[in-house]
Design a protein. Sequence first.
Length: 186
Amino acid sequence: MVSRRRHGHRVPPRGDRPSLYRDGVLIAERSALGGKGFGVLPGAADYRLVVETARGAPATLSARNSAAWTFRSEHAEDDHPLPVSVVRFSPALDARNTAPSGETYRLPVRVERQRGSTAGEVRDLTVEVSFDDGATWSPAPIRKGRVTVNHPAGEGFVSLRAKAADTAGNTVEQTVIRTYRIALRH
């Protein structure tokens, strides 16, 4: 769930897999996104919704994405927004979706609640960064709505993983492998 400028054509996801768990038990799974949502059984329960996507060539950015939301809900006859939030990163990138390598970089981050939902105010937000496509992760400090990332020198990619919790106990964990590119300035 990344917000950034996109240039050129959009490469469609190659593998989408949404799954819904109720009290830890898988109750629904699809092989692709889209269509109608999952049905919810009567009675209050704890839910976990997991969505994973992978993009094939020629895409090099947002190669793999995953998001998992946890929330408490119960069946209702009327459609109502789930109490979920997303983490939005807004890096200032050039026309190639690239930031300078070898520099300290601060990128805006915010948590957006689904409009009309009962999601609470953000209680906790952490961000981690990876420069090896998610093989290893390091904490990235957040201050005044900006994440500080120390870009290594050279060419490569930055992957971001965020975890947020709200005051109502709902959570989101998002991972974007190859969020943006880094390169030496010319």
